[in-house]
Design a protein around this ligand. Structure first.
Ligand SMILES: Nc1nc2c(c(=O)[nH]1)N[C@H]1C(S)=C(S)[C@@H](COP(=O)(O)O)O[C@H]1N2
Ligand SMILES: [Mo]
Length: 326
């Protein structure tokens, strides 16, 4: 069946992927990343080769160490953990561009003195800095399956804490029925993909029902692969909701608000047919433009390679969450 459709203004045109200016800026950027520690002499005069690009990538992933005991309930899944450098070079973070290769651009995210405001319908509103978060909430590691709505998947070892711990600390009032996460946004830094400058409903927002947020699986990550979150993964705090499509997991969260009505969210505002608010992983419910019955799994490196796998209802987490949707 061939469907001819007119791309929306915010979709990625071919030129975005191969833009010459972007390519050369990237090279310059990669050089500046490596230059400081290694010295420019090893770089070929004309730009970066494969190995220097790998070194630049490794540098972005080599953030401060962060160790936490693995939660035995989430210590393994039915497939291998995705290689750290694959997960760190294939990302979605539209604030930094419309391709998967946003890791160099994402290094512009300013994470020093990060504050997270928790407000709205709560008894104890509070602004946390990252030290407060690490001191207040017991950190643990969880190995979770990760499924993007675009039908690729990974397995990621996150470090963080259950969202229910935050609920217990701030005590939502009886009027609170939803939560909204708002990602960092500064139009001079998070410049987005060039093709739709000014047209997207920034800042990136996402949301949950309060009972979804209180589920055991709902998680805030501050680390991954035994390090604090690299910027491309949404440093310093991002949401991880393994039974939902990846877009629900807002990165670089600056604000968490408890609300009495369902909030408008970024992708849902752009196209409610393609990106519903609930967004539970469901192999029997196709995306309007592709099937969700299978996925391309990114496993072991060193190079990006895809393995076809069946997609599981609720991404394999039905025993924890199916009762939320009866
Ligand atoms: N702020 C923000 N959060 C975001 C996104 C984004 O573009 N901006 N992309 C989402 C999507 S579509 C996915 S698949 C995941 C990707 O997370 P990862 O790059 O750490 O794998 O982040 C989600 N969170
Ligand atoms: Mo995604």
């Amino acid at each position: 069946m061939a469907i001819i459709r007119i791309p929306e203004s915010w979709e990625i045109p071919e030129r975005e992927v191969t833009s010459e200016a972007a390519f050369f800026n990237r090279r310059r950027f990669l050089k500046s990343l490596i230059g400081a520690s290694v010295g420019a002499t090893i770089l070929p005069i004309l730009g970066c080769d494969d190995s220097s690009e790998n070194m630049a990538l490794e540098k972005t992933l080599n953030t401060a160490k962060l160790k936490a005991n693995v939660n035995p309930a989430f210590s393994a899944v039915d497939r291998p953990v995705t290689d750290q450098s694959l997960a760190g070079q294939y990302n979605n973070f539209y604030e930094f561009g419309g391709t998967k290769s946003i890791w160099p651009a994402a290094q512009a995210l300013p994470t020093d003195d990060w504050k997270v405001e928790v407000s709205g319908l709560v008894k104890n509103p509070r602004t946390y800095d990252l030290d407060d978060i690490k001191k207040t909430f017991p950190l643990e590691e969880r190995i979770y399956r990760f499924r993007c709505v675009e039908a690729w998947s990974m397995v990621i070892p996150w470090i963080g804490f259950g969202m229910r711990e935050l609920i217990a600390a701030v005590e939502p009032t009886s009027q609170a029925k939803f939560v909204r996460f708002t990602s960092y946004y500064d139009k001079n830094i998070t410049t987005g993909p060039s093709f739709h400058l000014g047209k997207l409903p920034w800042p990136y927002t996402e949301g949950l029902r309060l009972d979804e947020m209180a589920n055991e699986l709902a998680f805030f990550a501050v680390g991954v692969y035994d390090h604090i979150l690299p910027k491309q993964h949404g440093a310093p705090l991002r949401a991880v909701l393994p039974w939902k499509y990846g877009f629900k997991g807002a990165k670089s969260i600056a604000k968490i608000e408890f609300l009495d009505t369902q909030p408008a969210t970024f992708w849902n505002t752009l196209d409610s047919h393609e990106y519903d608010f609930e967004a539970n992983v469901n192999p029997t419910k196709p995306h309007p433009r592709w099937s969700q019955a299978t996925e391309k799994f990114v496993s072991k490196g060193p190079k990006l390679a895809w393995e076809k796998r069946p997609t599981l209802p609720y991404n394999g987490y039905g025993e924890y969450v199916a009762n939320l949707y009866v």
